[in-house]
Design a protein around this ligand. Structure first.
Ligand SMILES: Nc1ncnc2c1ncn2[C@@H]1O[C@H](COP(=O)(O)OP(=O)(O)O)[C@@H](O)[C@H]1O
Ligand SMILES: [Mg+2]
Length: 251
């Protein structure tokens, strides 16, 4: 579905990504772990079109996508979410969903004027879609609640639902369970798992090893801007180098 090939990204003289390669297979929930500063979020920035790499390639379904903007990538089926949720707190959950929808005919004043019936039809379809997706992530009962009143976990669910408004093939999730209660983490994991069963592909940066163990296969371990190793959870935790990357950092 998505692959990075020897991606490099520097900030000043610092190599945040130093030849990072990975492959995210269609229908997988691919996990990405590694010590703080390993380059995980930077990798997502590059994959999601927020940053251009200094060198290397990114392929989405075999097509070279380096240089495309996030909105262009979204149209090709790739959407990313952020480590810090980006909902608009004063707006309701439903309004946040409608804002996430791709550009509508109604956004052009002239088309609005010329074809009000069509604009109304699109708005109706959009509302309907928002409702279906909020039901799917168990947030429909909070549709009219200002987003700022949601718990950390509910905000993450809203962020996933907002991503789904774009009808993606693959979603990149940066630390979906950070700052989320254990119970909500479990609900998030179940939601991700059921979305995958429905045909979606995920790449997930995650620190919670229980979530990684239950959800992700394969798992890539990043350290110092590179892929250290990859494999199943059992393979990865059995790897001495992986342990050294973590312990070395902790020490
Ligand atoms: N926009 C930026 N400007 C300068 N340095 C950055 C920027 N983004 C990330 N870095 C640096 O790159 C390294 C990797 O960061 P990041 O990708 O956020 O790591 P991770 O998500 O694995 O914790 C860190 O040392 C970080 O300070
Ligand atoms: Mg990060």
């Amino acid at each position: 579905m998505l692959s990075a090939d020897k991606v490099c990204k520097s900030f000043g003289g610092f190599h945040a990504l130093a030849g990072c390669s990975l492959t995210i297979g269609a229908g997988s929930i691919t996990g990405i772990i590694g010590p703080n500063g390993a380059g995980k979020s930077t990798l997502f920035n590059v994959l999601g079109g927020l940053m251009s790499p200094n060198s290397g390639d990114v392929l989405l379904e075999g097509r070279r996508v380096v240089g495309l903007r996030p909105d262009q990538l979204a149209r090709l089926g790739l959407v990313r979410t952020f480590q810090i949720s980006r909902e608009l707190g004063e707006l309701t959950v439903l309004e946040n969903m409608l804002l996430a929808a791709p550009a509508q005919s109604g956004e052009s004043v002239w088309r609005n004027f010329l074809t009000p019936a069509r604009v109304r039809a699109e708005e109706g379809a959009c509302q309907e879609r928002a409702r279906t997706l909020l039901q799917r992530v168990n947030l429909w009962q909070l549709a009219n609640e200002p987003a700022k009143n949601l718990s950390g976990g509910q905000k993450k669910l809203l962020e996933i639902a907002r991503a789904l408004m774009l009808d993606p093939k693959i979603i990149l999730l940066d630390e979906p369970t950070a700052g989320v209660s254990p119970l909500m983490s479990k609900l998030l994991a179940e939601t991700i798992s059921s979305l995958r069963a429905g045909g979606l592909t995920f790449a997930i940066i995650e620190h919670d090893m229980d979530i990684i163990a239950t959800l992700c296969d394969p798992i890539y371990v990043l350290a110092e801007g590179r892929t250290l190793t990859s494999g199943s959870y059992r393979e990865v935790v059995a790897n001495q180098e992986v342990m050294r990357a973590y312990l070395g950092k902790a020490a």
